[in-house]
Design a protein around this ligand. Structure first.
Ligand code: FEO
Length: 395
């Protein structure tokens, strides 16, 4: 339990046990579920934690309250990694007033039953709540990344409780702010967190950011990862750039390969990229790299080159699965290259080409396809594809 600002305490928890976030995304460095307690004339808790950690969480709240009643539970986000302890909290503090958007209460009714919201305060954009010294304003942030999401701004200390926005993977060990702990890993993981969890909702993120443009923020308290103070602008900038689908110079080559022939194409294309002056070239075998890392790099870099062997007359399963995730996230503002292979009847290149026609990326040339194995001629074509990508990126 650490002090964040005058009268504001961190009461979140670290999860080092869960393997997959949302049962999908690997957590090699764990994750934190952040919750904050404001002890003013009135007391208010901002969000709760995953139900697996309810006991520890409630204990922390009880110690800090030290016999005082809990006046408000502010619900910025209803995803169960943050709302999971609401039922138990309500049992312990039956008079607590739940504060949230109408959509949050719709979810509360569905998840916990209407009785739990017998004492509630529905808020809309711009509504205020005074806790005494701390003056709160609520800003709705729909679809960042759920519809009920809101941000809570503490005008007194210029602090924003931002729900999942500006969140990242990685536990926070020994300290909670970026002034206390090394946050290099959290900054790197922010790309993976954004692209996998929030990535589909670039426009809503932009709308939320524009709403915040008129207020002064010195501290951001997200629901995951460190509290941003000294690196706050960097964190905001990552979310801003990624939600605009802006990219850095670099190429991601994501391919499937059963016996190495398609992989040899990928290697030759990479040679072409580097020969063309691109130094950041990342090859991902879809059978080895988890898709969360591939998506993270696709969000980060300007060039994407996809390759697949023909498998049962369609795309290689790992490539097909990756494409569906790219489509869901409507990734745009990228240069796209394609390549494929077959042994007796080609299909991969055709399917990749169809994907490109429905995507929002700029295809740099028609899909390159080889039969059986790389020849001298096709090797040169692959290198040329890489060089063409480098030219496009370099402009
Ligand atoms: Fe961390 Fe969208 O819940």
């Amino acid at each position: 339990m650490q002090k964040v600002e005058d009268k504001i305490y961190y009461v979140g928890v670290n999860d080092r046990e869960k393997h997959l976030f949302e049962n999908l995304w690997p957590l090699p460095h764990g994750v934190s579920y952040n919750s904050y307690l404001i002890l003013d004339d009135k007391t208010a808790l901002v969000d709760t934690v995953d139900i697996c950690y309810s006991d520890r969480f409630l204990q922390q709240v009880e110690i800090l309250l030290d016999g005082r009643k809990l006046d408000y539970l502010i619900i910025n986000h209803m995803e169960p990694d943050h709302s999971g302890s609401i039922r138990l909290l309500k049992q312990k503090y039956p008079d607590v007033i739940l504060v949230g958007t109408p959509k949050a209460f719709d979810m509360i009714n569905g998840f916990f039953g209407a009785a739990i919201a017998d004492n509630k305060m529905e808020v809309k954009d711009g509504h205020k709540l005074s806790l005494g010294e701390h003056q709160l304003t609520f800003y709705t942030a729909p679809m960042v990344h759920w519809p009920e999401v809101m941000f809570t701004y503490d005008e007194t200390v210029k602090l924003l409780f931002s729900a999942d926005a500006f969140g990242t993977f990685g536990t926070i060990d020994g300290g909670v702010t970026d002034e206390q702990i090394d946050t290099e890993l959290h900054m790197q993981e922010m790309y993976r967190y954004y692209s996998n969890i929030v990535g589909k909702y670039g426009n809503p993120v932009q709308k939320a950011l524009s709403k915040l443009a008129s207020i002064e923020v010195k501290t951001i308290c997200s629901t995951h990862g460190p509290i941003w103070k000294k690196r706050m602008e960097e964190a905001v900038s990552i979310y801003d750039r990624l939600s605009r689908y802006e990219a850095e110079e670099g190429v991601v080559i994501a391919y499937g390969s059963m016996y190495g022939n398609t992989e040899q194409m990928a290697e030759a294309i990479a040679e072409g990229c580097v020969a063309g002056g691109i130094h950041k070239v990342i090859l991902h075998s879809v059978s080895k790299s988890h898709q969360s890392y591939i998506l993270s790099d696709i969000f980060r870099y300007k060039g994407l080159i996809l390759g697949s062997p023909t498998y049962s007359n369609v795309l290689y399963p790992g490539v097909e699965s990756l494409l569906s995730k790219i489509v869901v996230r409507e990734i745009r503002n990228r240069y796209l290259g394609l390549f494929g292979s077959f042994t007796w009847a080609g299909a991969a290149a055709r399917h990749l080409q169809t994907f490109s026609e429905n995507s929002k990326m700029e295809l740099i040339s028609n899909a390159l396809e080889i039969k059986q194995s790389l020849s001298q001629g096709s090797y040169a074509e692959c290198v040329a594809l890489g060089k063409r990508m480098a030219e496009c990126i370099k402009g």
